[in-house]
Design a protein around this ligand. Structure first.
Ligand SMILES: Cc1cc2nc3c(=O)[nH]c(=O)nc-3n(C[C@H](O)[C@H](O)[C@H](O)COP(=O)(O)OP(=O)(O)OC[C@H]3O[C@@H](n4cnc5c(N)ncnc54)[C@H](O)[C@@H]3O)c2cc1C
Length: 337
């Protein structure tokens, strides 16, 4: 048996899993778990596969989460939106805007499902999933029961949460999330490139973000990719000042209440000479070097080579180690680059 994953990873890599199940309801979960039990193989849950790199065929079971549905409720001050994990997060934003629920617009057009949004605490344009999360509903495989994990217990951080912790890998399957969105809408225009949008509506901010993203990021349907391949690294102030003395254009973002500075990984990659790099059928995107791309029929090895080369060139030039944001899966499960 095999289950082709080409349509289920936005890198568009032609890899296979031993078994795959598209989960539309809890009956399918039962079937998938029967197979996992009888085969003794590891499993992975996927949404749209827009944050994963398969370096090989996966000797295991893939569960494609397609649980769909919404529930809306409210109190005097908040809208509450419960979303099944397989809904596309961008559809959630558009559905909310249509119903007059505003606030999520800065997160427009990020690929992927609602169920994956808490995993790396998706974020863009000065907003993060955690700004709106009330709780995450999970199937806890330690006791096979559904549970709610309050946002305050999710340990959300920059592209991280408890769902990425080593001890929780394979423990939680996210089945739904509930958002808590203030009824009193204030546009979030703190991000520099949104400042010009003073006085606009949530719809206009949504459209603006979509247009900017379309102009900057490759469409995975045309050029395979998984968005930012690496996280923006954090360095201490003295390292930042040394860099600044040598390169006065180095972009650094001070994080509040912290002595660290976040650097733009894309800038480091560009200055290390890797913007628009091409090695075989893989490379970095010419408009945004932080994105590793599949130019056509790239193999997993070609994508891995590009990512390793970029990481090594940045290390050689700046002494900074880039860490992948993308989750990497090899033959037996999650692995490192
Ligand atoms: C063009 C492009 C632009 C992007 N821009 C951004 C951006 O601006 N900001 C940002 O934060 N991200 C961005 N991303 C990354 C990606 O969109 C997000 O990480 C998204 O949340 C991934 O969703 P997914 O459904 O595709 O998850 P997948 O890639 O399918 O899975 C990602 C991880 O979550 C786990 N997972 C998925 N679903 C579940 C579940 N139900 N239960 C438990 N674990 C689960 C998987 O096992 C895997 O480890 C971008 C990606 C692309 C391709």
């Amino acid at each position: 048996m095999s289950f082709n994953l080409k349509a289920y990873n936005t890198f568009g890599l032609d890899v296979e899993a031993t078994y795959g199940f598209v989960i539309n309801d809890f009956v399918m979960f039962d079937m998938a778990f029967k197979k996992i039990k009888e085969s003794g193989l590891p499993f992975i849950v996927l949404g749209e596969g827009s944050d994963v790199l398969f370096t090989d065929d996966f000797n295991g079971v893939v569960l494609i989460n397609r649980l769909l549905g919404y529930e809306f409720s409210e109190d005097a001050n908040y809208h509450f939106v419960k979303i099944q994990a397989g809904e596309r997060f961008d559809n959630v934003i558009r559905t909310c805007i249509k119903r007059g629920i505003y606030g999520l617009e800065n997160l427009a057009f990020i690929p992927g499902t609602a169920g994956a949004a808490p995993v790396q605490n998706i974020g863009a344009y000065g907003a993060s999933f955690s700004d709106f999360c009330r709780y995450v509903e999970v199937l806890d495989l330690n006791n096979n029961k559904l549970a709610r994990i309050k946002a305050s217990d999710c340990e959300f951080g920059y592209r991280t949460s408890i769902f990425k912790k080593k001890e929780n890998i394979g423990r939680y399957i996210i089945t739904a999330v509930e958002l808590k969105i203030p009824k009193e809408w204030k546009p979030n225009l703190n991000y520099a490139s949104l400042a010009e949008l003073q006085g606009t509506t949530a719809e206009q901010i949504y459209e603006h973000v979509v247009n900017v993203r379309k102009s900057k990021l490759p469409d995975p349907k045309v050029i395979g990719n998984a968005g930012s391949f690496f996280k923006n690294p954090t360095v201490n102030i003295s390292t930042y000042e040394e860099l600044k003395a040598e390169y006065d254009t180095v972009p650094g973002y001070f994080t509040e209440g912290d002595d660290n500075v976040k650097l733009a990984a894309g800038w480091l990659i560009e200055k290390a000479g890797c913007k628009g790099l091409r090695l075989g059928n893989a490379g970095t995107y010419d408009k945004q070097s932080l994105i590793v791309v599949n130019h056509g029929e790239a193999t997993p090895d070609e994508v891995v080579n590009v990512a390793r080369f970029v990481r090594s060139e940045v290390h050689k030039k700046f002494g900074i180690e880039l860490v992948p944001e993308v989750r990497i899966f090899g033959r037996n499960g999650e692995c490192v680059l």
